[in-house]
Design a protein around this ligand. Structure first.
Ligand SMILES: [Zn+2]
Ligand SMILES: [Zn+2]
Length: 292
C-alpha cells in the first residue's frame, strides 16, 4: 500500500499521505469530517485500493454522506473518484470538462503542440502513458459554488491556474488553512501554456501568499509554510534568468536550453512544458526571438 494515514491537529481532518511525493504517485487525500458528513479532497490515483481505504475510513467515522472536491482533474488526484459512492464530485467550472472527459487532458498538457515540436513525442498517447502508472476515469463532475459550507466548515475555493487551467486551492479561513493542490509541494509542480503558463503560475503563488494561511497542505509531500511560496517564486525567476543568459550567449535551440535547465531529464514531458511556458512569456515581452 502506498499510503500512510496521519491525523492533523485540526479537528476532523484526516490525511492519507502517499509515501512517495514523486510524480505521478497518488496525491495526498484529505478527509474532513463534521457530524456524519465528510468532504474528500483529491481521492488519488485510479486504483481501487485507495478508494476502498477511503470508504473504510468513512464507514468507521460513521459518515453517511460525502462530497468529493477536486483541486484539479489530473490522474494522480482524481483517478480513484469513480470508485467512490460520493453524493457529488465538484471541481472548478473550467476544470469540469477535463474531469468528465479525461481524453481532453491532452489539450491542457499541450500534447498536439509537443507532438509537432518534439520528434520523440510524435506517437505519444497521454492516457496510455498513465494507464499503468496512475489510471484515470471520468466522473460526472459539477462546478462548485463560490463557498462550500458543510457542517462546521466554510471552504473557499481559490482559483490558482498555471499547473492546470482550473486548478483550485481550498481555503478554510477559520482554521487559517489552505489545501494548495499541486501549486505548492515537496517537488515544485510544472506548468503548461494551455493551463496559463508561468505567468498564471506566478500569479497563483501571489494569490496563495495573500491568504497568509498558517498551514498549507499540499497534494504531494508534507505540510508547508509560506517560506515555500518564496522558494517557488525564486525557482520561476531563476529559470527565466537562465534562459535569458543562455540566449544572450547565443544559444538558439530548445534542446540546449532544456539540457541547461534540467540536465539528464531534459526531454521529460513536463520539462518541455515548463520551457514552452517561459518561451511564450519571453517572446511576448520581446526579450527573445524565435528559438529552433
Ligand atoms: Zn497535477
Ligand atoms: Zn499532482
Amino acid at each position: 500500500m502506498d499510503v500512510e494515514i496521519t491525523y492533523s491537529d485540526i479537528d476532523g481532518l484526516l490525511i492519507l499521505k502517499s509515501k512517495s511525493a514523486k510524480w505521478p504517485a497518488s496525491s495526498n487525500t484529505y478527509i474532513l469530517t463534521s457530524g456524519n458528513k465528510s468532504v474528500i479532497i483529491d481521492p488519488g490515483c485510479g486504483f481501487s485500493q485507495r478508494a476502498k481505504l477511503i470508504e473504510k475510513i468513512l464507514e468507521k467515522k460513521n459518515s453517511h454522506s460525502s462530497v468529493v472536491l477536486l483541486t484539479h482533474a489530473h490522474p494522480d488526484h482524481m483517478g480513484a473518484a469513480r470508485f467512490l459512492k460520493a453524493e457529488s464530485f465538484l471541481a472548478h467550472e473550467i476544470e469540469v470538462k477535463y474531469a468528465r472527459n479525461p481524453e481532453l487532458l491532452s489539450e491542457s498538457f499541450n500534447i498536439p503542440f509537443i507532438k509537432s515540436r518534439y520528434v520523440r513525442y510524435v506517437k505519444f498517447d497521454l492516457l496510455k502513458y498513465f494507464e499503468k502508472l496512475c489510471p484515470i476515469y471520468g466522473v460526472k463532475a459539477l462546478p462548485f459554488p463560490e463557498e462550500i459550507n458543510f457542517g462546521d466548515y466554510r471552504i473557499q475555493p481559490i482559483l490558482t491556474p498555471g499547473h492546470s487551467p482550473g486548478h483550485t486551492s481550498f481555503y478554510i479561513p477559520d482554521e487559517s488553512l489552505v489545501f494548495s493542490g499541486d501549486l505548492l509541494g515537496e517537488i515544485m509542480a510544472w506548468y503548461s501554456p494551455a493551463s496559463g503558463g508561468v505567468e498564471a503560475y506566478a500569479e497563483s503563488l501571489k494569490r496563495l501568499e495573500k491568504l497568509k494561511a498558517e498551514t498549507i497542505m499540499p497534494s504531494h509531500g508534507d505540510p508547508a509554510t509560506s517560506s515555500r511560496i518564496e522558494k517557488e517564486k525564486e525557482i520561476l525567476e531563476q529559470r527565466e534568468r537562465i534562459i535569458l543568459e543562455e540566449v544572450e550567449k547565443g544559444v538558439n535551440s530548445r534542446e540546449e536550453l532544456l539540457k541547461t535547465l534540467f540536465g539528464d531529464k531534459w526531454n521529460f514531458l513536463t520539462n518541455l512544458l515548463i520551457l514552452e511556458s517561459h518561451l511564450i512569456k519571453l517572446e511576448k515581452e520581446g526579450k527573445i526571438s524565435e528559438i529552433s
